[in-house]
Design a protein around this ligand. Structure first.
Ligand code: GDP
Ligand code: MG
Length: 796
């Protein structure tokens, strides 16, 4: 059966004809869509051409309407029989209780939907600042994105942050200016805010024009008092689209745009001008269209809609344009055209450059082509389901992943036995036999796989590894303790599970106090963690949320330590010499060819891989550990010392440690634990001698505020919060006189000054300000600040 039919048959009630293609005919109504949930399509359908898959993400600032729009998409595609409502906590994609309570998306949920012969794997991403890691790992596996903006605010702080993340992974995108029904909504201004504030990618190009009528002419009754948003004009076909026939917006009427008296004439003229601009822009960027444009000699009607579609697709894929749509999801206006846009202009997996894999042994980089028969898949998300156990979400880049196959985790060099494969419907699943290249699914039964790991067939000996997903260092820390001894095991287990699910959560034990510490990305992150523990009925107590400071060294030192102890009547002895220096260039990883350098999350570089020239005693006598094991023991010891600085017990950052010599004695004396202990002690002594200094996290903060409050907020940033303002409104101080309703302040601010900033900003802006922040780096503290922090942490 051809795939198209398969998809439609799977999605439609029996014997009903396929719905006509909306874009090709006018005035059509979709058949009523009612789908029993068991009638699902599954993505691994072998006949589904990979060209018809779209792995998409919806990215935006919080509250722009991602979840609301997603709910409509699910409804129009027939996955749900009624529209869920964010405000009532009944959406499909926000399914964790914390998400429903707060009305925000924490974990990105994944959902496939059939739309006009295509399969859209929709990955909803969270918008809150604390969950940038979630966004990062979603973007990594996306092929295209839909950027949603609020038509009143235009580009907001988080939109910029996420846009940059999408730039990093070169993700083609389209944009949807949502909430056009709100008072103060302005399409043109929103597009202009995209042009001004979102750099590094294509030109924002409207492909639609809003039908905004004066109140007196409003037929829809939407909006009270002001102008009414009634629908959109498709600038490619010059048709007017109207959703007012049906309250759920399923019926889309299309009719040729005609001019007429009064408002009709205004609309016609506006749309004609916008179309003219669109065609000219496309022709300027695309040679094929330029030829047609020149041939047409001013008569735009000679350029076919097909030619425009093709040029838009080429340019969107090339990152030269971002087609911009408009609508109001909440009013059920415009969502289907965005879905059409996604399949028309956004890439299928084959339209993306093949991701790079690294052959572990040789360091050689090779592209992973979707047509390569060998399996290569990336684990991008892990969820622990109380009934099904651990579910590992993977994107398959090449080959086919079959259920119940023996796999190899290339990253951890371990065998893994997968059990069932599941197609994912947010919090609900369907078992599938296999998952082919370009698709996304969940595997059950894996034991060791973590986010960012590469999986291949167990008999694949290439050792091909995809780039891992970067984990930002955690900047907040909090102690945690089981309420009673009997609860300890439950707590340890729960933490293990949560840590596997969320790579930006770190659990460690403070060697000094024996306290368990959890660290994460933000206050909300750790707060939600506490709630999730409670949900698992783990009874525990948590300390205050504190900032995870760092300690660093500024000079170099060479240290030799002879470990010589008797423990339980058994002697052990080993000597390690090492050199510790400030790490000059964090990007430089190949400082010492031949010695395996290992970087860590804290920006340290450890050169602990030793060859025979650096080990005395080895080889003269049989029975010593192998060089690889010695290197691992050295690395472990050094890491142990670096994880806890001598000043206040915070991790050491930006140090370079190189083992220069190891002295072994006899195989009985110089055991691996002895070598490890010698390395740890030598590192500790060296750091102590160098008297480390305190560093604090410095955040890059983007604050989005109503234009008239910029002054007050900026004053607070620089005056009260020790902030350094970098730009106002994404531009330098050239004095921009734009009339954006909102402006963006970008500043570098110590994290310490950002604690509780949500509340402070709410106060300063009467609830109309938002901000987003990412870790920029660590800055040395002034002496008096450092003294305060020491007092605060030590408590005296
Ligand atoms: P998310 O944070 O991006 O997922 O945003 P939500 O979908 O949760 O929406 C945030 C708020 O905006 C909710 O109260 C929605 O009801 C509201 N909203 C979403 N879309 C529209 C729209 O088109 N018009 C109006 N007026 N409100 C909307
Ligand atoms: Mg949401």
């Amino acid at each position: 059966m051809p795939v198209v039919q398969f998809l439609l048959r799977a999605a439609l009630p029996a014997r009903r004809a396929a719905p006509p293609n909306l874009s090709s005919c006018a005035k059509v109504a979709l058949p009523p869509l009612r789908f029993p949930r068991s009638d699902r399509l599954y993505a691994s359908q072998p006949n589904l051409p990979i060209q018809n898959i779209r792995n998409l993400g919806i990215i935006a600032h919080i509250d722009a309407g991602k979840t609301t729009s997603t709910e409509r998409m699910l409804f129009y595609a027939g996955h749900t029989s009624k529209i869920g409502d964010v405000d009532k906590g009944s959406t499909v994609t926000d399914y964790l209780p914390q998400e429903r309570e707060r009305g925000i998306t924490i974990q990105s949920a994944c959902i496939p939907l059939a739309w006009k012969d295509h399969l859209i794997n929709l990955i909803d991403t969270p918008g809150h600042v604390d969950f940038t890691m979630e966004v990062e790992r979603s973007i990594r596996v996306l092929d295209g994105a839909v950027v949603i903006l609020d038509a009143v605010s235009g580009v907001e702080a988080q939109t910029e942050t996420v846009w940059k993340q999408a730039n990093r992974y070169q993700v083609p995108r389209i944009a949807f200016v949502n909430k056009m029904d709100r008072e103060g909504a302005n399409f043109v201004r929103s597009v202009r805010s995209m042009e001004k504030r979102l750099g590094g990618w294509g030109i924002s190009l409207p492909v639609q024009w809003p039908v905004v009528m004066d109140e007196s002419h409003s037929a829809s009754g939407i909006g009270s008092g002001g102008p009414a948003f009634e629908g959109v004009i498709d600038l490619v076909s010059m048709e007017r689209l109207d959703w007012s026939r049906d309250p759920t917006g399923r019926i889309v009427r299309r009719e040729k745009l005609e001019t007429g008296p009064g408002q009709k004439e205004r609309l016609f003229d506006e749309a004609t001008a916008a179309r003219q601009k669109m065609v000219e822009t496309l022709a300027e960027l695309d040679d094929e269209l330029m030829d047609l444009f020149l041939e047409a000699d001013g008569d735009m009607s000679k350029i076919s809609t097909g030619a425009l579609h093709a040029a838009l697709r080429r340019l969107t894929l090339a990152g030269k344009v971002v087609p911009v749509y408009c609508g109001a999801s909440f009013r059920n206006i415009g969502v289907q055209t965005v879905m059409d846009g996604a399949i028309h202009y956004l890439p299928s997996p084959v339209d993306r450059p093949a991701p790079e894999g690294i052959i572990r042994k040789t360091g050689e980089s090779v592209p992973v082509h979707h047509s390569d028969p060998s399996l290569c898949a990336l684990a991008f998300k892990i969820i622990h389901d109380p009934k099904r156990g651990t579910m590992v979400f993977v994107r398959v880049y090449s080959g086919t992943l079959a259920a119940r196959s023996v796999l190899k985790n290339v990253t951890r060099n371990e065998k893994e036995r997968g059990s069932k494969l599941l197609q994912i419907y947010a919090d609900d699943f369907e078992e599938i036999p296999e998952c082919s290249a370009g698709n996304v699914c969940a595997i059950l039964g894996l034991k060791v796989t973590k986010t960012g790991d590469t999986l291949c067939q167990s008999n694949d000996h290439r050792g091909l590894e995809l780039h891992p997903i970067p984990v930002p260092p955690p900047v907040f820390v909090r102690s945690i303790e089981a309420s009673s001894v009997s609860e300890e095991k439950a707590l340890t287990e729960a933490l293990e599970i949560l840590q596997r699910e969320d790579p930006s959560l770190h659990v460690s034990v403070d060697e000094g106090t024996g306290q368990t510490l959890i660290s994460g990305m933000g206050e909300l992150h750790l707060e939600i963690l506490a709630e999730r523990l409670k949900e698992r009925k783990v009874s525990c107590e948590m300390g205050q949320v504190r900032i995870n400071y760092r300690e660093t060294i500024q000079d170099e030192h060479t240290e030799t330590y002879l470990y010589d102890r008797e423990v339980f009547g058994k002697k052990s002895k080993a000597q390690v010499s090492l050199r510790i220096t400030p790490r000059q260039n964090p990007d430089d990883n190949v400082e010492h060819p031949g010695l395996l350098p290992i970087g860590d999350d804290d920006g340290n570089l450890v050169l602990a891989g030793v060859d025979a020239s650096r080990v005395s005693g080895h080889g003269t006598e049989a029975g010593f550990p192998g060089l690889d094991d010695i290197s691992a023991a050295l690395y472990g010891g050094i890491q142990g010392a670096l994880s806890r600085g001598p000043l206040l017990g915070f991790p050491i950052t930006n140090a370079r440690v190189e083992v220069t010599h190891v002295q072994l004695y006899t195989p009985e004396l110089s055991t691996l634990p002895a070598i490890r202990a010698a390395a740890q002690k030598a590192t500790q002594l060296a750091i102590k001698t160098l008297a480390p200094k305190l560093l604090e996290p410095i955040m890059n903060v983007k604050i989005c505020v109503p234009a008239k409050l910029v002054g007050a907020v900026a004053k607070d940033v620089s005056g009260v919060r020790r902030g350094e303002i970098i730009t106002l409104d994404g531009m330098d101080a050239q004095g921009d006189t734009d009339d954006f309703a909102y402006r963006i302040i970008e500043a570098k601010i110590p994290l310490n000054e950002m604690v509780g900033y949500s509340t402070a900003l709410r106060g300063l802006t009467a609830g109309n300000g938002t901000f987003s922040m990412t870790l920029q780096g660590y800055g040395l503290m002034a002496a008096d600040r450092a003294r305060d922090v020491v007092e605060e942490v030590r408590g005296f």
